[in-house]
Design a protein around this ligand. Structure first.
Ligand SMILES: *Cc1c(COP(=O)(O)O)cnc(C)c1O
Length: 373
């Protein structure tokens, strides 16, 4: 912790952070120093004019990020809260959870632990789900809800959510719940155009805020179901979110400091433009895939199904992911090992948030040194 950041010059207040451009975890991601600094502002009450002005500024810009005309709700929780909230509000009788990695598995656990009957539709870790497989599973009308992770952060696989949502809707009165935690603001997520019924994300991945906020949007089909179930509980009750959203407030005390950061970070996202942001992520991702493959390293996700935000690179036999990450740390770069049981089989590079292509080139150059490639 060396650099003292104090963009406003306020005496006696500083934020300590290392120089930007070294931190490549696939969440949390690196936060701009001015955004960190925004969090040092004094509190405001969470009822009344100050917070209402803030939320009114935030609301239309979050809609642009989600590509929706519906309200986007802000929760003070990690993203898992709104995964659980999704199934609690939306499922009528039985949910099918598409599983191809650790985060998609979490939807199944959230359902089961909430007392919601749930099954999984599994493909091997490292693979995407196909519309054909889903159409087959939905025959017979056993399921009224499907959960899908767009960008599976444990494997770097991108699921074709537009096609999967279409197939789900063609099969009957089925609602899709989409986790876009490591894809929203990194690549195309078209909540309205793709008819995604419930879309959730978190603050600490491609939106590049500190952890602690989660966002979601839901359509009328989901609200109709929420109104009919007591399972929605209180903290993640969509009806509560909507009631307070109408007043530019949140149901409970929000993490006010994070809202300051959100307000400023949305300025940055809007200044870049959401589509330009997707294009920057595509450049960083494609560079990473080409870099790996040109050095004889394998990218876990198949071409055409790769996340714009995170790449998993398989480690050749004789090395371990944890040793590679440790050697990178010694060079001043933070990257991730494989997730869970895959810890030593791969490294994961989070090329998302505020990073530039130049910074990605630097971290990969260091990785090449460490791996002797
Ligand atoms: C990080 C992540 C989550 C969980 O987010 P938390 O904020 O830790 O609850 C869920 N889904 C995906 C795809 C993620 O990458």
């Amino acid at each position: 912790m060396s650099t003292v950041v104090n963009p406003t010059g306020t005496a006696g207040v500083s934020v300590k952070a290392p120089p930007f451009g070294k931190f490549f975890l696939p969440g949390p991601t690196e936060v701009r120093h001015d955004v960190l600094y925004a969090m040092t502002q004094q509190m405001i009450g969470h009822r009344g004019r100050d917070v209402e002005d803030l939320m009114a500024r935030v609301a239309p810009r979050l809609q642009q990020v989600f590509r929706t005309t519906r309200p986007v709700y802000t929760a003070t929780s990690s993203a898992t809260g709104l995964m659980e909230g999704g199934v609690r509000n939306a499922v009528r009788n039985r949910v099918l959870c598409l599983v191809n990695g650790s985060f998609s598995e979490r939807f199944h656990k959230a359902s089961v632990n909430s007392g919601i009957p749930a099954d999984t539709l599994e493909v091997p870790f490292g693979q995407a789900h196909t519309p054909e497989l889903l159409a087959d599973a939905l025959k017979g009308g056993k399921y009224d809800t499907v959960t899908i992770v767009h960008s599976e952060t444990s494997t770097g696989v991108l699921n074709p959510i537009g096609d999967l949502a279409r197939v789900a809707h063609e099969s009957g009165d089925v609602v899709v719940i989409i986790d876009t935690v490591s894809s929203l603001a990194a690549g195309a997520v078209e909540s309205d155009a793709w008819e995604l019924d419930y879309v959730l994300s978190g603050s600490q991945k491609a939106i590049a805020l500190p952890p602690g906020l989660a966002f979601c949007t839901a359509n009328e089909r989901v609200f109709e179901r929420a109104r009919a179930t007591a399972r929605r509980g209180l903290y993640f009750d969509l009806l509560e979110f909507d009631e307070y959203h109408r007043k530019n407030q949140t149901p409970n005390t929000p993490a006010v400091s994070l809202l300051y950061a959100l307000d400023l970070q949305l300025d940055h996202i809007m200044a870049e433009g959401i589509e330009a942001r997707w294009a920057r992520h595509a450049r960083m991702a494609e560079y990473t895939w080409q870099w790996a493959e040109s050095r004889g390293l394998k990218v876990l996700a198949p071409a055409g199904y790769r996340s714009p935000g995170v790449t998993c690179i398989l480690i050749p036999a004789g090395k371990a992911g944890s040793a590679v990450a440790a050697a990178m740390k010694a060079k001043g770069f933070v990257i991730a090992t494989g997730y869970g049981a895959l810890k030593d089989d791969m490294v994961r590079i989070g090329h998302m948030g505020e990073h530039t292509l130049g910074e990605v080139e630097e971290v990969l150059e260091a990785l090449g040194d460490v791996m002797g490639r």
